[in-house]
Design a binder for this molecule. Structure first.
Ligand code: HEC
Ligand SMILES: [Cu+2]
Length: 312
């Protein structure tokens, strides 16, 4: 029976067992009670010539039974749930720590080797990971259904999450707390790699490899980055203003800034807008764009500029 999503972490099976345990107990009692109810309603319904119901004051045996049996069951559910909960809240000592920042409307991941990624979390198969999470604005919630983990991110305090991914693959990451206009676009991927591939990725060797395999044009790369780096949460490419201005017709045109001055959107303006978004604010918009300094390489910025140029 494949009613639940794929199980791709060490915690998934345990969570599912608790859910099935509670569901099956509920179903058994639901049918038991419904069947008895319907049966009694028919059997003891009012019949002609039989006006008075019998006078019943109680039944000690039955009352004790229906108090003790459910109490034991509820305690068993509690104990079982607590055991799994405790496992989920206790990261192992050797877990690899990754910092997670949630902000409107993207995920940022910082690794021990100094790397930063956006909307893509890279982890190693069969190696426990501990996420140390915070928000830079409102409440977000980190949710990976295949791992059966979900945890809120708050500003002003850290929250934690851990899991051991057990399957190599790419899994969906959602923000599960309504966090504003582009909440539904606050999506990411968790990329689980084999130990060898992860080691290469950590050392930064995978870039060369990628280049060898997929030599895509700057425009194509720019288009990919628009999606993968979360620009699409705030910028449209069809002319409709969103949280930020649309990229359509941006390049080469005049932009009116907050203080009324006008600048022409050339390569340097766009580059500055990406690295220091607050340096020149576009009129009519809030200063909410995060800086991508240290996140996008020069090559990637050039690719985004090339892509914006095509959006006439
Ligand atoms: C959280 C929302 C948000 C995200 C995510 C975001 N931006 Fe922005 N961006 C804005 C806002 C708001 C403005 C206008 C205010 C300003 O100039 O900072 C803006 C302005 C810009 C401008 C100047 C546009 C103009 O019309 O003059 C460029 C270029 C830009 N962003 C590029 C990017 C790129 C590239 C990314 C992804 C790597 C990105 N933005 C991600 C909100 C965002
Ligand atoms: Cu969110």
């Amino acid at each position: 029976m494949n009613w639940l999503p794929e199980e791709a972490s060490n915690l998934a099976r345990n969570v599912d067992t608790v859910i099935w345990f509670v569901t099956i107990i509920s179903l058994v009692f639901f049918f038991l009670i419904t069947v008895v109810l319907v049966f009694f309603a028919i059997k003891y319904r009012r019949k002609s010539g039989e006006d008075e119901t019998p006078y019943i004051t109680g039944n000690h045996f039955l009352e004790t039974l229906w108090t003790i049996v459910p109490s034991i069951l509820v305690l068993v559910i509690f104990a079982y749930g607590f055991i799994v909960f405790k496992q989920m809240r206790t990261p192992p000592q050797e877990a690899l720590e990754i910092n997670v920042i949630g902000k409107q409307w993207l995920w940022q991941f910082q690794y021990d080797n100094g790397k930063t990624t956006i909307n893509e979390l890279y982890v190693q198969q069969n190696r426990p990971v501990k996420l140390i999470m915070r928000s830079e604005d409102v409440i977000h919630s980190f949710f990976v259904p295949a791992f059966r983990v979900k945890q809120d991110l708050l500003s002003g305090m850290y929250t934690y999450l851990w899991f051991t991914p057990t399957k190599v693959g790419v899994f969906d990451l959602y923000c599960a707390e309504y966090c504003g206009a582009a909440h539904s676009k606050m999506l990411g991927k968790v990329i689980v790699m084999s130990p060898e591939a992860y080691e290469r990725w950590r050392k930064g060797e995978e870039r060369e490899e990628q280049k060898g395999v997929a030599s895509i044009s700057p425009v194509q790369l720019g288009e990919q980055l628009y999606q993968q780096r979360g620009c699409n949460a705030c910028h449209t490419i069809d002319g409709t203003p969103s949280v930020g201005p649309s990229w359509k017709g941006l390049f080469g045109h005049e932009v009116t800034l907050q203080d009324g001055t006008k600048v022409t959107a050339d390569e340097n303006y766009i580059r500055e807008s990406i690295l220091e978004p607050q340096a020149k604010l576009v009129k009519g918009y809030q200063p909410v764009m995060p800086s991508f300094k240290g996140i996008l390489t020069d090559e990637e910025i050039s690719a985004i500029i090339a892509y914006i140029k095509t959006l006439k």
